[in-house]
Design a protein around this ligand. Structure first.
Ligand code: 4AD
Length: 591
C-alpha cells in the first residue's frame, strides 16, 4: 500500500513539474509555434522543433484563427535563444485577414473547378450526341469511274477522278472541314473532306496513321495556298480501312521526338514512318540503284557471296561466332575473299552484302551489321584501283543528285545545316607518313600506353578522333594510302621497294571519316602462306582462297565501302544508326 501511494505521489509531482515548465514558457499544451527567423510555412508543422514562419502561415495551415499561436521572441541579453510568447493582438488581426483572403481564393478556385467540370460534362455530352448522330450519316460512293493511283502519279492525274489508298500522315479539322495529308510511301497528298464527308463518324474520329481509301479529283491549288506538290484532292467519298488508336495509345504518344533514344530505337518500326527517317531510306534505295548502275557502266558483275562462313577477314576480335551443325562458323566480316575467287570465273565483280562486326565500341560510325558494297578487280595497279574508287564514288553521287526527287530529299535532310557539296576530282592522295606529320604539325596528339597525350609516331593506328579532325580541317575527300604492314590485314600486298608498308587505302570523308577500306592483295602463294604464319592463322580453312594463287594467280585489288557511312556523309547525319533500316549495335537487336 505504501508503495502504491508513493507511486501516485511521484506521478502528481511529475505532472506539476511539466505544467510549471509550460507556464514558465508562457505556452499552453495546444500551442502552435511560430519562429520568424527559422520557421517554415510550407514544411513546418507548428511544433517547437518545426515551427511555422508567420502567424498567418499558422492560421492557414490550421485553417483557423482560433488557435493559440506562440511566437519566438528575440533572445534576451546574454541568452542564445529567445523564449516563446503569445502572438500580439495586431499580429493576430493581420493574420486573420490573410486567412480570410486565402479562404476566399480557395472558394473561387473550387467554384471555377465545378464550373469547368460542368462545362466539360456538357461538352462531352454534346460531342457524344454529335458522334451518335454522325453514325447515321452513311456515304454512298459515286458510281463514276475512278482510276486507282499511287500518290507519285498524282500530278499526271490532275483533273480526273482518282482512288488513292494510304495512311493518315497529318490531320486537321478546321471550319467544318477535315484536311488529311495522306501518305502511301510514294508521296504525300493533301485531301479535303467537306460537307457531309467531314460530318461522318469516321471523319470525326479519324486518327493519325489510320489507313483510308479516298476518291475525288486532284486540282492545282490557287495562289497563296500551300500543300505537297501544290495540289489537293477534293474528296467525294472516303472509307476507313484500318483505324489506328487514339488516346494514350495514339501514334504520337509512341513516337515522340523528345523521347529517350532507347525508346525511339524500340519504336523504330514506327519512327520509319516519319518524314526524315523515310527520306533517308529513300535516298538509300536511290544510292544502291546508282551504285549498281555505276558498276554496270564500269563492267563489274554482281555476285551474292554467303553470309555464313568459316574464315575471318579482318581479325578475330570482331567475329560473331555460332554453331553450324556442330562446326564453328561465323557471320561474314567481309565478302572480299569470296569475291577474289570469282575473278578467274567472272572477271571484275562486286557485291552488296551485309557484313557483321562484333564491335564493342559505341561510336557514331560503328554498327554490328552494316551494308557492305565491295568489289574486286583483276590485273590492275594500285593507281588504277584508286582511280576506279574515285570514278565509282563520283559517278554514283552525281547520278543520285541528278534525280530531282532525290535531290529534294537530300536538300530537306540538310535544311538549316548548309548544302551537300559533291566531291571534286581528283581526291587528295596522302601517304600515311605524311598524315602522321600533318597531325603533329597541327598539334593533334594521342594518348600513349599510360594515357599521357603526346605526338603521333609512325606505326600508330590513327584513332577515329584524330582522323576526323584531320579530315574535317582539310574538308575534302582524302585517299590515305600506304599504311604500315603491322596495323593492316594479313592479305595486303607490300609497296614494291618499301616493304614495311602496304598498298592500302582508306577513303576519308569530312564529318564521317573512313568510308572505304581497300588494298592490293598478296598474289604470290608463298608470300600468302608466310602471312598466315605471321598472323597465326590456320591455313586449312582458307584452302580455297589459297588456291587463287595456285591456279593462275594475278595482281588484283579491291575495297569495301560502308553504305551507312557514305549516307551519313551525303545526308549530314550525326550517326550511321540513322542510315540503316533496323540498325544493330552493341546490345540492340530489336525490332
Ligand atoms: O576497312 P574494312 O574493315 O575493310 C574490309 O572489310 C575489307 N575486307 C573490304 C574489302 O577490301 N573488300 O571495312 C570496309 C568499310 C569501312 O571503310 C567502313 O566504311 C565499313 O566498311 N565498316 C563499317 N561500317 C559500319 N560499322 C562498322 N562496324 C564497320 N566496319 C567497317
Amino acid at each position: 500500500m505504501a508503495g502504491v501511494i508513493g507511486k501516485a505521489q511521484e506521478q502528481v509531482a511529475q505532472a506539476l513539474e511539466a505544467a510549471t515548465a509550460a507556464l514558465s514558457l508562457g505556452a499552453p499544451a495546444d500551442a502552435v509555434y511560430v519562429d520568424e527567423a527559422t520557421g517554415d510555412d510550407k514544411d513546418g508543422d507548428g511544433s517547437q522543433a518545426k515551427p511555422f514562419k508567420t502567424v498567418a502561415g499558422a492560421y492557414i495551415a490550421r485553417s483557423s484563427d482560433a488557435i493559440n499561436v506562440h511566437v519566438r521572441q528575440a533572445p534576451a541579453e546574454g541568452q542564445t535563444e529567445g523564449s516563446w510568447a503569445a502572438a500580439t493582438a495586431s499580429a493576430k488581426k493581420k493574420a486573420a485577414k490573410l486567412l480570410q483572403t486565402h479562404k476566399n481564393k480557395l472558394a473561387k478556385q473550387e467554384e471555377l473547378r465545378k464550373r469547368e467540370e460542368a462545362e466539360g460534362e456538357a461538352r462531352r455530352a454534346a460531342e457524344a450526341k454529335k458522334l451518335e448522330e454522325a453514325k447515321a450519316i452513311v456515304l454512298e460512293e459515286p458510281t463514276t469511274e475512278a482510276t486507282r493511283i499511287k500518290i507519285r502519279q498524282a500530278t499526271e492525274q490532275r483533273g480526273k477522278r482518282v482512288r488513292v489508298f494510304g495512311w493518315v500522315h497529318r490531320l486537321r479539322q478546321q471550319g467544318g472541314m477535315t484536311f488529311v495529308i495522306l501518305r502511301d510511301g510514294s508521296g504525300y497528298l493533301q485531301c479535303v473532306l467537306s460537307g457531309r464527308l467531314s460530318q461522318t463518324y469516321d471523319a470525326l474520329t479519324l486518327t493519325l496513321e489510320s489507313t483510308i481509301q479516298i476518291t475525288g479529283v486532284i486540282n492545282q491549288l490557287p495562289e497563296g495556298k500551300t500543300a505537297p506538290e501544290n495540289h489537293e484532292l477534293t474528296a467525294d467519298w472516303f472509307a476507313v480501312v484500318g483505324k489506328a488508336p487514339g488516346g494514350d495509345d495514339a501514334f504520337l504518344n509512341q513516337v515522340n521526338e523528345d523521347a529517350d533514344p532507347s525508346q525511339l530505337a524500340d519504336a523504330r518500326h514506327l519512327v520509319i514512318r516519319g518524314e526524315n527517317a523515310s527520306a533517308i531510306l529513300k535516298v538509300r534505295a536511290a544510292l544502291l540503284q546508282s551504285f549498281r548502275q555505276s558498276y554496270a557502266n564500269l563492267g563489274l558483275l554482281e555476285v551474292t557471296p554467303p553470309c555464313m562462313v568459316q574464315t575471318q577477314v579482318e581479325g578475330g576480335a570482331t567475329l560473331f561466332a555460332f554453331d553450324y551443325y556442330g562446326e564453328q562458323a561465323y557471320l561474314t566480316q567481309s565478302s572480299q575473299l569470296y569475291l577474289e575467287t570469282c575473278l578467274p570465273s567472272l572477271g571484275d565483280v562486286f557485291c552488296v552484302q551485309e557484313s557483321f562486326r562484333a564491335e564493342k565500341s559505341h561510336t557514331r560510325r560503328h554498327l554490328s551489321e552494316y551494308t557492305h558494297v565491295e568489289a574486286e578487280l583483276a590485273f590492275l595497279t594500285f593507281k588504277d584501283l584508286l582511280e576506279h574508287i574515285e570514278e565509282l564514288i563520283c559517278q554514283t553521287i552525281d547520278r543520285v543528285l541528278a534525280d530531282p526527287k532525290i535531290k529534294e530529299l537530300i536538300d530537306h535532310l540538310w535544311a538549316g545545316k548548309g548544302k551537300f557539296e559533291p566531291p571534286s576530282r581528283p581526291f587528295m592522295r596522302m601517304d600515311y607518313r605524311d598524315a602522321i606529320k600533318w597531325l603533329n604539325d597541327h598539334n593533334i596528339t594521342r594518348p600513349d600506353d599510360n594515357g599521357v597525350e603526346g605526338p603521333h609516331v609512325v606505326g600508330d593506328d590513327i584513332a577515329e578522333a584524330a582522323e576526323r579532325k584531320m579530315t574535317d580541317t582539310i574538308g575534302r575527300p582524302i585517299f590515305l594510302i600506304n599504311f604500315p604492314k603491322d596495323i593492316k590485314s594479313f592479305y595486303m600486298s607490300r609497296v614494291p621497294g618499301d616493304e614495311e608498308y602496304t598498298e592500302s587505302v582508306d577513303l576519308l570523308m569530312p564529318n564521317v571519316g573512313e568510308i572505304v577500306g581497300g588494298s592490293m592483295r598478296i598474289s604470290d602463294l608463298d608470300e600468302l602462306l608466310a602471312a598466315y604464319k605471321r598472323e597465326g592463322i590456320d591455313p586449312e580453312p582458307y584452302y580455297w582462297f589459297t588456291d587463287q594463287r595456285k591456279y593462275g594467280t594475278s595482281p588484283h585489288g579491291g575495297y569495301g565501302l560502308g553504305l551507312e557511312r557514305l549516307l551519313a556523309w551525303l545526308l549530314n547525319r550525326y550517326t550511321v544508326r540513322e542510315c540503316s533500316l533496323y540498325p544493330r549495335w552493341t546490345g540492340r537487336c530489336t525490332p
